[in-house]
Design a protein around this ligand. Structure first.
Ligand code: AMP
Length: 124
């Protein structure tokens, strides 16, 4: 099955267009970070690319090096600002990205969940 076509009506596309608000944490030329509307941990922030990528798979296959660098720079800015980065003495965090139906992806615009603020159990 090929990577699905990008659906312009998904909720993160609406956030990027400014059609609906978000609780923004930070942004740069390539990425936006905002708080999850239904947090599953004390810190639950989503990082999304500004261009249209359906999933992590779409992103790592098709994004430019500048976009990849900008995306992870945004993610790094979030973990530093939230005092969870181990670079700065924080206790760490968990990154999750769901891909496709078997991965449990609900919103078809690539995003990484940053979860922190407690000691999580092992998933794998
Ligand atoms: P996933 O299942 O990996 O696609 O995760 C989608 C995430 O988007 C869920 O954790 C939702 O709570 C979150 N979400 C959905 N709508 C919004 C919104 N308008 N603002 C912030 N987060 C949202």
């Amino acid at each position: 099955m090929p990577i699905p076509a990008y659906d312009e009506t998904n909720v993160f596309a609406k956030i990027l267009r400014g059609d609906i608000p978000c609780d923004k944490v930070c942004e740069n030329d390539h990425a936006l970070a905002f708080r999850d509307i239904s947090p599953q941990a004390k810190v639950h922030i989503l990082v999304i690319p500004k261009k249209n990528y359906v999933s992590a798979e779409d992103f790592y296959l098709n994004a430019s090096p500048e976009e990849v660098k900008g995306f992870f720079a945004c993610l790094n800015e979030v973990t530093c600002a939230e005092n969870i980065s181990q670079q700065e003495g924080g206790q760490g965090f968990r990154l999750i990205t769901n891909i496709g139906p078997d991965g449990g992806q609900e919103v078809p615009h690539f995003h990484i969940h940053i979860l922190a603020g407690g000691r999580f159990g092992k998933l794998v």
